[in-house]
Design a protein around this ligand. Structure first.
Ligand code: ADP
Ligand code: MG
Length: 438
């Protein structure tokens, strides 16, 4: 059949223009059911796919068909076997209430406020008073283990406590993505998926950076976001970096995410670390000498999850052996990770050493091949090991702008998957940097 052959050709050509994954996901069950001078009809397995192809790929499909048949047909998309009167299958009578994903152990009560998280806490608490109000969306970001997930749950719990009828959902972005992929299988689950996310009063999405680079998820999330936002529903997002720095996140999402309030959480200072240790010890029903807690707080900087882990280690040691303060202090210095000794300067130094370059050359305008490579590796390591911001990296590398920096990092990321020699060089530089800390 003519249509079938043409569509087969079109799909293999689309595979080279889009990607195999996209074609498999969205075109797998499509057919060209009609083709004439007037137009072409593409039949799709469900409405979600029909809408997606129409909004995202219609132009490319038109071009592709034109390149095969010599004229560009007017496209229409239909849903295969759409039976509008098909009776709805009845679900179980007692369908379990959708789980809100909230964990009751994360509350505002057990979240200690300090200088580093004050902004994020007050923004989150403001949402409790006015969901869908001024801080919409609220975007929280920080490095790992600094309390974003805790705050999302605390907010959800507080909202439900204030008004149990609110429909609130806590959802890691990865779960959203997986559910979306499953929902594409058939029309009924697609509409269930949409209904679930679009009928919420409050949507809390954790680790939103996960959707970056995933086209279908970004598209669906954009639509979900808009629908909730327009109806005045509250959206809160958490990420490991600010929206502008999430690579491969569509521009329209970046601007939506920045449209409300963006608040970061910084690394905790000594006072906050100590206060957290006191509180966690109390929560465990234990006690611990103040000097021991202080030593622990001095030793473990940066990440609160690590701080908790170290405290648990210490508490169980103290429980298993009758230990004096000095025994415990010894444990801390002997067994717990030492604070990191390297900063951005050390990373730059190690890369220069490795590439036998003078740091001044690295910061100079020189564009010899080896210097450019060293600069890009430095940017990559500053980002990945040092979690340094793009603009700071630009400054450290002689005043380069953040797009150049980003380009360099992405280039190295790509090269590392293909170039063994480069991988060895980067690994060696890494060992040099990290090796200094042990
Ligand atoms: P993130 O989502 O930013 O990676 P989490 O919210 O998972 O971090 O926090 C890591 C751990 O540290 C959790 O057990 C959390 O309860 C705890 N934590 C973080 N910040 C605080 C805080 N300010 N007060 C009490 N516990 C905290
Ligand atoms: Mg988290």
């Amino acid at each position: 059949m003519r249509e079938r052959e043409i569509w087969k050709n079109a799909l293999s050509s689309l595979e080279t223009r889009l990607s195999k994954a996209i074609v498999v996901t969205f075109f797998q069950e499509t057919e060209l059911t009609h083709l004439s001078d007037e137009g072409a009809t593409v039949s799709c397995p469900n409405r979600l796919i029909a809408d997606h192809l129409k909004s995202r790929h219609a132009d490319l499909i038109g071009q592709t068909l034109a390149s095969i048949i010599g004229a560009r047909p007017k496209l229409s998309f239909e849903v295969k076997n759409a039976l509008p009167n098909k009776p709805q299958e009845l679900g179980p009578i007692f369908r379990a209430r959708e789980n809100d994903g909230l964990s009751s152990s994360y509350t505002f009560n057990n979240f200690i406020v300090g200088l580093s998280n004050q902004l994020a806490v007050s923004a989150t608490k403001a949402v409790v008073g006015h969901p869908g109000g001024l801080h919409n969306p609220l975007f929280l970001y920080s490095g790992v283990g600094l309390g974003k997930t805790h705050l999302l749950h605390a907010l959800g719990n507080a909202l439900k406590e204030g008004d149990p009828s609110l429909s609130v959902l806590y959802c890691p972005a990865e779960k959203f993505t997986n559910e979306l992929i499953q929902s594409i299988q058939d029309q009924r689950s697609a509409s269930r998926f949409r209904k679930k996310y679009r009928s919420l009063d409050v949507l809390l999405v954790d680790d939103i950076q996960f959707i970056a680079g995933r086209e279908a998820t970004q598209e669906e999330f954009f639509n979900t976001f808009n629908e909730l936002y327009i109806s005045g529903k509250q959206i809160v997002l958490a990420s490991d970096r600010n929206p502008g720095e999430i690579q491969k996140l569509e521009e329209r999402l970046v601007s939506r995410f920045m449209g409300g309030l963006v608040a970061d959480i910084q690394e905790p200072d000594l006072d906050l670390r100590l206060a957290i240790l006191r509180q966690k010890t109390k929560e465990q029903g234990e006690s611990m000498q103040e000097e021991v807690l202080l030593a622990l707080a001095q030793q473990i900087t940066g990440n609160i999850r690590q701080l908790e882990g170290a405290l648990h280690q210490l508490l169980s040691f103290a429980l298993s052996t009758p230990a004096s303060s000095s025994d415990l202090l010894l444990q801390i210095t002997k067994h717990l990770p030492q604070p990191k000794q390297f900063g951005p300067e050390e990373i730059v130094k190690a890369v220069c050493h490795h590439f036998s370059l003078n740091p001044d050359v690295l910061r100079s305008p020189s564009r010899t091949k080896e210097t450019v490579l060293a600069r890009q590796v430095a940017a990559y390591l500053l980002r990945n090991l040092g979690q340094t911001s793009l603009s700071k990296i630009g400054d450290l590398l002689g005043g380069r702008d953040h797009t150049t920096v980003l380009y360099g990092i992405e280039k190295i990321e790509k090269e590392l998957t293909q170039n063994l020699l480069l991988r060895n060089r980067v690994e060696a530089a890494k060992v040099e940097i990290l090796g200094k800390t042990f």
